[in-house]
Ligand binder design. Structure first.
Ligand code: BGP
Length: 466
């Protein structure tokens, strides 16, 4: 089997502002929730690892863009604007923040890369978090204002826009599972947040469309949403209760966003079940009309792992919240032990096939995919480069399943690898490295290609997966 990707398939890099930029309090930037958390929790590493340094991209961006384009042969990249850098406390444009993004976007263009800009990557400004964050409708309105300001400011230079990265993940990690500070553990609050983010997304799309009709955006401008779509699986001989666990997991993680961005509504069966089980969503009169405006031009799918579930052992948590599913550990699962995530490349094929069937006409791309590995410095070869054949295997297998999906009718138009240049991570700082390019924290964040870089360049430029 000699698989290739279509000629016009794009191939690039995904990153985010808060995980790369650094200079967290320079140029009028406000604190975001990660800066605040980093400051309070990782003082050992102060100024070394934390959202406040990222991977020092604001210092090193020109060299980085050159690496992406020339050393790796990539054609496009995504980053995000930090809300806390673009606007001041009164919601007015911060001129120094705006200037940085103008400079960066011009450099991306000069480097010959297509630019994808996302507006929100889990990085709520702290003063808005203190006002209730996504639980507050006032903050939803503030986001809509931020989005409009960004479109007005950069609409003449940025073609590809995204409202949110992984809008299911922040509710889940911060509000439901309690992994992210301040570690709430409340399913119902997570769903309220998810609902409000859906409203915020739709308001931003509306602003985009208004500016587009007024001729204020570049020709061909597009708006999209990026989510972590995890195809759900259960046991081989599922009981009706296992299938119910799949329905609600898929409903909350996947169909919620797919329905919103293709039909402008939320999946009725999911909303009904949530309400029957006592989950109160912060619905306001007129919201249906707002959601109806949330349809997008295309979609990004971040794919790292599948979601395996089974019927829950108990259906209610101690705090009274419903439980719809328990995790299921598939006996054949192959794990990436560093990250604790299952590696299941076929999941991307399954996502593509179900999207083609249930949402025909929806155009999408793989907006993140990647492998984070611990203690990679132990794999350093004699020439100083990290030897990472496991990364080549990982990406190759995923690309093969993408190519098969396209051959079988999936409307997948591109691929972005996550963290092409090692960067800071929410829960793991620099423990797990994703990059094809190493960032050496002991040597002023110096960049060095890993051995896999040659392979990546070959595939990115030829589209032949070998
Ligand atoms: C995605 C996020 C990224 C990135 C990636 C890797 O969910 O969009 O921001 O961090 O996962 O995850 P982690 O950094 O937790 O290993």
């Amino acid at each position: 089997e000699n698989l290739t990707l279509p000629e016009d398939f794009f191939f690039g890099a995904a990153m985010s502002g808060p995980q790369t930029e650094g200079r967290w309090h320079e140029g009028g930037k406000l604190e975001n929730i990660w800066d605040t958390w980093s400051m309070e929790n990782i003082d050992d590493f102060y100024n070394k690892v934390g959202s406040y340094v990222g991977n020092d991209f604001m210092t090193m961006y020109e060299g980085d863009l050159d690496i992406l384009k020339n050393d790796l042969g990539l054609d496009s990249m995504r980053t995000s604007i930090q809300w806390s850098r673009l606007l001041d406390k009164d919601g007015n444009l911060n001129p120094e923040g705006a200037e940085w993004y103008h400079r960066l976007f011009a450099a991306v263009r000069d480097a010959g890369l297509d630019l994808f800009v996302n507006l929100y990557h889990f990085d709520m400004p702290t003063y808005l978090f203190r006002k209730g964050g996504w639980e507050s409708r006032e903050v939803v309105e503030a986001y809509a204002h931020y989005a409009r300001t960004a479109f007005e400011e950069f609409g003449g230079e940025v073609k590809y826009w995204f409202t949110f990265n992984e809008p299911t993940v922040e509710p889940e990690q911060r509000y439901e599972e309690g992994n992210w500070w301040p570690k709430y553990k409340n399913f119902n609050r997570a769903r309220a947040v998810q609902y409000n983010i859906s409203i915020a997304h739709s308001m931003a799309v509306q602003a985009f469309r208004e500016l587009q009709s007024a001729g204020k955006l570049v020709e061909g401008a597009r708006i999209g949403l990026i989510n972590a779509f995890m195809p759900p699986y259960t046991k081989e001989d599922p009981s009706p209760a296992d299938l119910e666990a799949v329905r609600m997991t898929d409903g909350i993680n996947n169909r919620w966003w797919l329905d919103l961005v293709t039909k402008g509504e939320l999946p009725q069966d999911v909303i009904e079940t949530l309400q029957e089980r006592g989950c109160v969503l912060p619905v306001r009169p007129g919201d249906d009309e707002i959601l109806a405006r949330g349809t997008v031009d295309w979609l990004g799918c971040n794919y790292y792992q599948p979601k395996r579930v089974q019927a829950p052992a108990k259906d209610t948590a101690e705090n009274g919240c419903p439980i719809f599913a328990d995790p299921y550990r598939w006996p054949d699962a192959v794990m990436n032990e560093s990250r604790g995530w299952e590696v299941y490349p076929k999941g991307i094929y399954d996502f593509g096939m179900s999207a083609a069937k249930d949402y025909p006409g929806l155009e999408w791309f793989v907006s993140e995919n990647g492998m984070g590995v611990e203690r990679e410095y132990e794999h350093r070869g004699a020439d100083g480069r990290i030897q990472d054949p496991y990364r080549v295997d990982f990406v190759r297998q995923h690309l093969e399943w993408i190519a098969r999906a396209i051959n079988d009718g999936a409307n997948c138009v591109g691929y972005h690898y996550w963290g092409v240049i090692d960067n800071w991570s929410w829960s793991n700082a620099f423990k797990n490295r994703y990059g094809f390019v190493e960032v050496d924290l002991m040597e002023n964040y110096r960049r060095r290609l890993k051995e896999s870089a040659d392979w990546l360049k070959q595939v990115a430029t030829t589209h032949v997966i070998d």
